[in-house]
Design a protein around this ligand. Structure first.
Ligand code: SF4
Length: 151
């Protein structure tokens, strides 16, 4: 939801703290669940991730989450799916060149990153999106120690 997405960026420091506090426990549970059930619960876990992150960040389930490195602003909402914005077309008022009614996702990202303790991580975002991962779960990749951007 757009309004909630903006709220999450404005409160990126709080989201960062929440993530750092909750993540170790959630990861431990997911590691246990994936060990016991293998891939049998992948679909509900992926749906849970899509639901929670969809509400908070308008997550597009790219399969390679970068939220902690983009100021809690999901870069997949950028019409150009840039991973190192903003583009040269961003408007002077911070709105998107392609969607003029939408705040530039990357202007939001740099703003959100400026509020975070580990916000400098945004400087290291020079990677392309692997669109083959779309629809897959970053949570499950982290639980299975598979390489992701958000490490
Ligand atoms: S203005 Fe921002 S959101 Fe729009 S295409 Fe450029 S980088 Fe993406």
């Amino acid at each position: 939801m757009y309004k909630v997405r903006l709220w999450s960026v404005r409160h990126s420091r709080f989201m960062e703290r929440l993530y750092n506090t909750a993540n170790p426990g959630i990861l431990l549970v997911l590691k246990g669940v994936t060990k016991i059930f293998g891939k049998r619960l992948d679909r509900p876990i992926t749906a849970m991730e899509a639901g929670v992150k969809g509400f908070l960040f308008d997550c597009q389930m790219c399969g390679d989450c970068a939220l902690s490195k983009t100021g809690m602003s999901c870069p997949m909402n950028c019409p150009k799916t840039l991973r190192n914005g903003p583009c040269g077309g961003v408007r002077a008022n911070g709105m998107c060149e392609v969607k003029p009614d939408m705040n530039c996702v990357w202007v939001l990202a740099w703003d959100g990153a400026s509020r975070m303790k580990n916000g400098d991580a945004i400087q290291n975002n020079e990677f392309a999106v692997d669109h083959r991962e779309k629809g897959t779960s970053t949570w499950l990749k982290l639980a299975r120690d598979e390489k992701t951007t958000d490490e």
